[in-house]
Design a binder for this molecule. Sequence first.
Ligand code: GDP
Ligand code: IMO
Ligand code: MG
Length: 415
Amino acid sequence: MRADLIVGIQWGDEGKGKIVDLLAQKYDAVARYQGGHNAGHTIVVDGKTHALHLIPSGILNPKAINIIGNGVVVSPEALIKEMKQFENLLGRLYVSESAHMILNFHIAIDQAKEKLRGSKAIGTTGRGIGPAYSEKVARQGFRLGELRDIDKLVAKAMEYFEQNRAVFDALGVECQGEMSLRAELEEYAAKLLPFLANTTQMTWKLLDEGKKVLLEGAQGTLLDIDHGTYPFVTSSSTISAGACTGLGINPKDIGHITGIVKAYCTRVGNGPFPTEDFGKDGDILRQNGHEFGTTTGRPRRCGWFDAVACKYASRINGCDTLSIMKLDVLDGFEEIKVCVAYEVDGQEIDYMPVDLENVKPVYKTFKGWEKSVGARTLEELPAEAREYLDFLEKITQTKIGMISTSPDRNDTILL
Ligand code: GDP
Ligand code: IMO
Ligand code: MG
């Protein structure tokens, strides 16, 4: 059996949570493979809103098991807090013992570095993501499995603080005292050890037994550490390939890949965004789409659909289909624009350059439509909306498999 995969195509917040939740009703397991509680996934079922950060979006299917893979960076504090919303998680939630922890000092370092960057700040979520991944790669990270031996872990942390004291001092970050660190780690151990597992073996077993597994990406392709708009990216492999390292599966284990993409475009934090609209249209998109971050509450930057970036993302992820989200947010616009090429140094290109900073979007304009909100079949969509979608399918060279017309799980057109 192969695992199907959901991946963000833009700069995150595409609506991955809604689709993972919808699909999860038919899956035996949902697994997260990267990112941390920088993610914010909103799910709306029967008028009730659920906000998830670390727990996979399959948790609302009582029969599915949820896996947090080794590629995720886990803040024990954030995870424990999030777990409180749910009952009977034992046997339904498993966390990789190899996943690295985000501890308080990672968060303090993230925030201190952002402050130092001043006007050049990345605009991180301030959740300690970058420092936790950096220390993992530098081979001085702290893994969840180490909670099994608190004495050893505390000694290791104290040694780490000692070796890095100069860095901490320069950043104005305090090294935590032994007593308070021990108390914190003991609490994490008490609450999380029952959930730790060898999630690689677990995922293999599920696949070998013919169980249906859904892989849930966080963030989006354009925030990928290698293939995104570096340095304005997150610190993990957000693309489909990240699922292999982040769970311990191989490329042949992956089946259908669905790219999640909004019918327009948003970004939180800094960095290039060629189709950003600084005028009235951007404001309307923000208002109609409630474009304020689930994690930080920050207003999201808004603009038109970028077909060049979407085609790039579709190729890099190997998307079989796209799921077009928030089509309803475009309702009422007289005209809708799509970026079909970039202008760089007076020349038009139809591919993604490495540096997106100095490109100007070339737009094609479409006639708008009145109402698509709540549509559950293609026939319910206005002709103009269908024309728009047909065009997106052609220019991105990727079939559309789903269309979403409201936050609700059921307001989704399955093709
Ligand atoms: P994720 O990070 O990719 O899971 O996306 P977020 O949850 O951060 O942001 C997507 C937001 O759009 C959430 O508030 C969803 O409830 C909402 N949403 C998802 N699909 C639709 C849709 O088709 N229409 C509208 N209006 N809202 C949607
Ligand atoms: P979901 O899963 C949107 C952005 C931050 C910042 C950059 C680096 O909800 O789609 P980080 O804290 O990761 O070091 O910040 O990445 N970012 C997201 N933007 N959605 C997300 O997750 C994001 N996770 C991180 O705003 O620009
Ligand atoms: Mg989000």
